[in-house]
Design a protein around this ligand. Sequence first.
Ligand code: ATR
Length: 269
Amino acid sequence: MDRYAVVGNPIQHSLSPEIHRAFAAQTGERLRYDKLLAPKDGFAAAAEEFFSAGGLGLNVTLPFKAQAHRWVSAADSAAEHCGAVNTIGLDNGATVGFNTDGLGLVRDLQAQRLEVAGRRLLVVGAGGAVAGILDALLAAGAESIHIANRTASKAKALAVRHQGRVEASSLKDVKGSFDIVINGASAGLQGKGGLVEPRLARGAACYDLLYSEDGQTPFCRWAQQAGAAWVSDGLGMLVEQAAAAFAIWRGRQPDARAVLRALRPNQAA
Ligand code: ATR
């Protein structure tokens, strides 16, 4: 059977296998989709083993998106520009990298009726996940994006790639106020919620790129306590980026919102 997988560390709580199985059932495609745990320095070995054993496509999650970009033989323009890959496919036997995170995020925000156009955005974190969403947020019309990161130099390096509309600082040096706060730091995996001052979330729409089964990630709980006007975790983005990956691999566009409703019946959109 055609084999696909998601590779990351940690990986045990990933919902990607369930989502891709649901897409396969929806579209009548026959495939197998597994989880691969790779050691933190072992992405290349895991990916090589998977493709040499006949695997057809990989999803890549934290902390391997930048490593995956360096590993693939070629990358599409979205992945090339952001330097991060979340989907790998094969073209005539050669590995090709894509990035469907930005598209997935923007599709989820649209479905949840959160307008990005004309809004001032604060993005927390500057790893592979954040690199993957900046172009899509700018293309969706964001007025400005401020990236705040523990390691300020990484935020600044990302800002330089998007000269003019993206600024950067450390977590403590965020000035001004924002309409939308997006969390792209992985500190939630260690149970940490907000990494910036709570005043930045007050009255803002807050979105976590991380997700949890009940939608209550540490960042979402922090945002609620800080007085956010609207809060969402990233399950919708996960399903949407998966749908875009499925379409790349199988040439069929699944119904992402139907799968999201099945995973979380009480989510509005
Ligand atoms: P991903 O692919 O999910 O982006 P990553 O490239 O490892 O994974 O990036 C993780 C992000 O979370 C980084 O912005 C990291 O900050 P640094 O660049 O300073 O390392 C941030 N992060 C992770 N744990 C953190 C913590 N405990 N406190 C603050 N930031 C954290």
